[in-house]
Design a protein around this ligand. Structure first.
Ligand SMILES: CC(C)(COP(=O)(O)OP(=O)(O)OC[C@H]1O[C@@H](n2cnc3c(N)ncnc32)[C@H](O)[C@@H]1OP(=O)(O)O)[C@@H](O)C(=O)NCCC(=O)NCCS
Length: 215
């Protein structure tokens, strides 16, 4: 069953302050309030996940166990999916489901987390394709749209992605989008129960789309 395209729900608020590198929740009347937007590309549409997505999302995660093994651990239970939606209601994370425009199929997920405002203006990027949808360039298109948003409406200065050394598809995706390899972090992150070395890749706003983006 193709996943229906559902209008985005929920508002994500961001600290508009510039008094330090640390972000913080702000009163509703303060600062800009940006909802997780719907982003539309030639082949994919990105939107905020909603509770009605749970079954299709969890089925896609189950079907993607081999693709994600040792690399990514998206929510795999109803409880974890609920926690994911709760985190997305906070001010420092924006999460997108990626759906194919032609048939509404769920093809993956992209997340901007630890969105820091102030003098840092940085976020961390994560993404997963779902099995059967990978290697079609859809995640490259989706992450590109999220970067347009990050450097455009969100006004970020830098986006960082951390990738395991052997994860060639992820390295190629980042390289194609202009990310630079900055360094190597031994035992950086616990993924799938083990501490794993990662490469640190980053992209600055003036490097995005070769510096030609309207950001
Ligand atoms: C990384 C991932 C999201 C890429 O998704 P995808 O749908 O294959 O991405 P795309 O089709 O846009 O392809 C990205 C690039 O990887 C290449 N690629 C994809 N699968 C590949 C594979 N198994 N081996 C080598 N290259 C591969 C594509 O050819 C493309 O390279 P190009 O742009 O130079 O042609 C997907 O492999 C995935 O979900 N992996 C598991 C989770 C994960 O690693 N997440 C990222 C953690 S840092």
């Amino acid at each position: 069953m193709p996943t229906p395209v559902v209008a985005p729900l929920g508002r994500v608020r961001h600290d508009g302050g510039a008094d330090g590198p640390y972000d913080r929740p702000v009163p509703a009347e303060d600062g800009p309030q940006l909802g997780t937007p719907t982003l539309i590309g030639p082949r994919v549409l990105l939107r905020a996940p909603v509770p009605a997505d749970a079954d299709a999302f969890l089925e896609a995660v189950r079907d993607s166990a081999a693709l994600h093994a040792g690399l990514a651990t998206p929510p795999a239970t109803h409880e974890a999916f609920g926690g994911y939606l709760e985190r997305l209601a906070g001010p420092t994370v924006e999460g997108f489901l990626v759906v194919r425009r032609d048939d509404g199929a769920l093809v993956g997920r992209v997340t901007l987390s630890q969105i820091f405002r102030g003098e840092f203006l940085n976020a961390y990027l994560g993404y997963e394709a779902f099995a059967g949808q990978e290697r079609r360039g859809l995640l490259t298109e989706a992450v590109g749209l999220v970067l347009d948003h990050a450097f455009g409406a969100l006004g970020l200065h830098r986006v960082e992605a951390n990738v395991q050394p052997g994860n060639v598809p992820s390295q190629r995706l980042l390289a194609r989008l202009g990310f630079r390899l900055e360094g190597y972090s031994p035992s950086y992150l616990r993924v799938d129960g083990a501490w794993r070395d990662h490469e640190r890749w980053a992209l600055l706003t003036d490097e995005h789309r070769g510096g030609t983006a309207d950001a």
